[in-house]
Design a binder for this molecule. Structure first.
Ligand SMILES: [Zn+2]
Length: 457
């Protein structure tokens, strides 16, 4: 069956053009001059909309298995569809955490049954002897958390944290042999320990203290870890992907490392752009995460996203129940860390585009093209003929208010409740099938398919 998306603009080859898209089955067959497509096709009216390649979000906390009271693979993929994301990569901090090839097979079976959008999964690079077998499954990357939390077991279960430099070295050597990329949450636990203990000694466990701990020394917890990781990547030849990039010195280090030939990519996340002010933390407490990103760093991050030093924007979608967040008002260290956002990230970015922070060209690259290319998804991230028909139709000028009522995620709340934005996702399709249309999720669980990475090539 053929479908024609007509009447709107198409973002292709780095610019916006007035074209129709001809979809044949699961693929984009052609981009044609308006009105010249097949006449017997199913027609999608895209008048006033802009088609971009569907988002590829390589950092999503799906919560299944183990934490399905927060989210599951059906609800997370509903949120993805509503947010214009057509491919998601899940994270390994599950129960059981994904550490072995067997764990990986079992979690991939769950996606196969339930996921509405296409998917891959990032297992933990914790057990070195498991690393080669997991690569054979077609994964795109491994994940390491340098967080070895003091006093809590979630979201970084002690079993999967890696902070010891020797252990990092061995893991990176093993990942380097697979040719795949290692995603790392950079974090200097030793510095975190002394700084947080100073707040605790004063009896201050507030969200503000938590935010100040993470931002201490203008970002040393992030920067010292990043410096170590880059040096280890250089020594081992391991391809590195730094998550949560958010400081000026990290950005400088990425540039310097690349100049020396280190293969490092970086992502930032919606919360660093839209929720990282101390005022956000004071107003919403643990609901906003609550990592503080001072304004001078945020400005540098926007610049680095504009010039490509930060390659991509991932949601780090991290749903928790209100109960798990409420406790943060009296003890931010007892609240589960992370905040949801896969559904709101694209509208927020379009709004930021209108405010002059980013161009449409860069936005499409950050949310779709770059993650597909970096992680070796050859048929994703582009609207060129032959690509999968993964398409988000954007209404760039729609002004609307984000509300808890509109949340598809199981938790039923968003840190952006009440925020007015200009920009919306009108329609999402995964391999030619609608998953989000007319304000409703229409995709069926099980439609999503494993996207094999060719990232080792
Ligand atoms: Zn995360």
């Amino acid at each position: 069956m053929k479908r024609v998306i007509t009447g709107g603009d198409v973002f292709v080859d780095g610019r916006r053009r007035r074209l129709d898209i001809v979809v044949n089955g699961e693929s984009i067959e052609a981009l044609v001059t308006p009105g010249s497509g097949p006449t017997d096709a199913d027609v999608i009216d895209a008048t006033g909309l802009v088609a971009i390649p569907g988002g590829v979000d390589v950092h999503v906390h799906t919560r299944e298995p183990g934490y399905t009271h927060k989210e599951d693979l059906i609800t997370v993929s509903r949120a993805a569809a509503a947010g214009g994301y057509t491919t998601i990569f899940g994270m390994p901090n599950l129960d059981p955490p994904t550490m072995t090839a067997e764990d990986l097979d079992s979690v991939l079976e769950m996606y196969n049954e339930k996921c509405i959008v296409d998917y891959n999964h990032n297992p933990a690079a914790k057990l070195v002897d498991q690393i080669p077998a997991m690569a054979e499954r077609g994964i795109a990357a491994y994940k390491i958390y340098m967080v070895v939390d003091t006093g809590r077991t979630y979201p970084h279960p002690a079993a999967i944290g890696v902070h010891d430099h020797g252990e990092l070295l061995r893991a990176m050597e093993a990942v380097a042999r697979t040719g795949l990329r290692l995603m790392v949450h950079p974090h200097d636990q030793a510095i975190m320990d002394v700084v947080e203990q100073a707040f605790w000694a004063k009896g201050d466990r507030s969200p503000a203290a938590y935010g100040k701990t993470l931002a201490t020394g203008d970002g040393i917890i992030w920067d010292t870890a990043t410096a170590t990781l880059l040096r280890l990547a250089e020594a081992t030849g391991c391809k590195l992907h730094i998550v949560h990039a958010q400081t000026i010195r990290q950005i400088e280090m990425f540039k310097q490392a690349r100049a020396r030939g280190v293969d490092v990519t970086a992502e930032t996340n919606h919360w660093a752009l839209f929720l990282g002010r101390m005022s956000d933390i004071e107003e919403q407490g643990s609901y906003v995460l609550s990592y503080m990103v001072p304004d001078h760093h945020r400005e540098a991050v926007w610049e680095a996203m504009a010039d490509g030093t930060i390659n991509m924007l991932s949601s780090d979608h991290a749903p928790h129940t209100r109960e798990e967040k409420e406790v943060g008002w009296t003890d931010a260290w007892a609240a589960h860390t992370g905040t949801p956002g896969i559904q709101e990230q694209l509208p927020l970015m379009i709004n930021a585009m209108h405010e002059g922070h980013i161009t449409l060209d860069r936005l499409v690259d950050l949310v779709s093209t770059a993650p597909a290319q970096v992680f070796g998804l050859l048929k994703k991230g582009s609207l060129a003929p032959g690509s999968d028909a993964d398409i988000a139709l954007l209404d760039l000028d729609k002004v609307w208010t984000i509300t808890n009522e509109g949340v598809q995620s199981k938790i039923g709340w968003t840190p952006y409740d009440g925020r007015e934005v200009k920009g919306a996702v009108a329609h999402t399709m995964v391999r030619g099938t609608d998953v989000w249309a007319n304000g409703a999720v229409v995709g069926e669980p099980g439609h999503g398919r494993f996207v094999r990475s060719e990232g080792h090539l």
